[in-house]
Ligand binder design. Structure first.
Ligand code: PEP
Ligand code: MN
Length: 337
């Protein structure tokens, strides 16, 4: 931690700052410059609340120089994490494709879409059975009936299933049907849910919160890892900004940042990030070029009648054309898709 002392701070204030830092367990090193005095505070305390120093008299600013996450950090583990689920690898050189409808709507619908997902070479079928909707009057998902349908469709086509878990009470039920549990944007900081998911080794995909910083997102991953689930990967799905022409702002720069800061795989979701079908292919291409370890894409064969997120769903032919382009981009950057 670096503490910048105010220009007009008194000797006594500086002594007081040093005393506080030492009491908090830091070793200190003072550097008196012409313009500013700076105190280096050394000591590994990832959970130290720097505001305790910010409020001291004579302090101008405080900067952290180490990250507050440990198990999720690249310093802790140099090699990329690869999450293995049956014959599917998430992370490393591979690029994983997850596709399917926003919601499971009927057995026929999920079977038709599973066939398309399979024909594209994707390994994972998505579909929500418990939906986190902004309005309580919107379609909330088919619940366990939907889980049965997606499992059956996935088994028919040799696919894995990912679906969202909204609350602790659903974990056991969903784990019976799904291979990967999705923690959605709205639940990224549901710490009780994360701790509970950390108790098992079921793979978890942690989406970035609507207004979460990358650090907060990695701290949420830290909850899963520190409760002992190492099968964790991340999903960038756009963040809320002042922009209104897109549903969210797709933070593609989060991908190289996560790769630098963390060993966890990070995939991208251009569907929720943009919210409109015509914006999905360009951003999917960009995400692969930016180094994403995979994509999650929503598709539908009758999007006008979709029970959720129809406007962002790619039609089957659009999706299949996109995959062909993505293969070329992946090859150009030396990766497999
Ligand atoms: C979803 O993937 O179905 C979903 C609801 O996404 P998010 O949590 O990113 O909004
Ligand atoms: Mn959706």
């Amino acid at each position: 931690m670096v503490v910048v002392v105010k220009k007009d701070a008194s000797e006594e204030q500086i002594r007081d700052i040093l005393k506080h830092l030492e009491d908090y367990g830091f070793k200190t090193h003072v550097s008196v410059g012409e313009m500013r005095t700076i105190i280096g505070a050394i000591g590994v305390q990832p959970d130290f609340d720097i505001r305790k120093v910010k409020i001291l008299e004579g302090v101008a600013d405080v900067y952290r120089i180490t990250d507050p996450f440990k198990l999720a950090s690249r310093n802790f583990k140099k090699e990329d994490t690869v999450v293995n689920i049956k014959d599917c690898k998430i992370g490393g050189d591979n690029i994983v494709l997850i596709a399917g409808p926003c919601s499971i709507e009927s057995e026929e619908q999920i079977f038709r879409l599973a066939e398309i997902v399979h024909s594209s070479g994707a390994k994972i079928l998505r579909g929500g059975a418990f939906k986190p909707r902004s309005s309580p009057y919107s379609f909330q998902g088919l619940g366990e009936e939907g889980l049965k349908m997606i499992r059956k469709a996935a088994d028919e086509f040799g696919l894995l299933v990912i679906t969202e878990v909204l609350q602790i009470g659903q974990i056991d039920l969903i784990s019976k049907y799904a291979d990967i549990l999705q923690v959605g944007a709205r639940n990224m900081q549901n710490f009780s849910l994360l701790k509970e998911l950390g108790q098992s080794d079921i793979p978890v995909m942690l989406k970035r919160g609507l207004s979460a910083t990358i650090e907060e997102w990695l701290m949420s991953a830290e909850y899963l890892l520190s409760s002992n689930n190492k099968n964790v990967f991340l999903c960038e799905r756009g963040i809320r900004t002042f922009e209104t022409y897109t549903r969210n702002t797709f933070d593609l720069s989060a991908i190289p940042v996560v790769h630098e800061k963390s060993h966890l795989p990070v995939i991208a979701d251009p569907s929720h990030a943009t919210g409109l079908r015509n914006q999905v292919p360009p951003m999917a291409r960009a995400a692969i070029a930016a180094g994403a370890d995979g994509l999650m894409i929503e598709i539908h064969d009758d999007p006008e009648k979709a029970l959720s997120d129809g406007p962002q769903a790619l039609l089957p032919n659009q999706y299949l054309d996109l995959i062909k382009e993505l293969k070329l981009i992946a090859k150009a950057i030396g990766r497999n898709l």
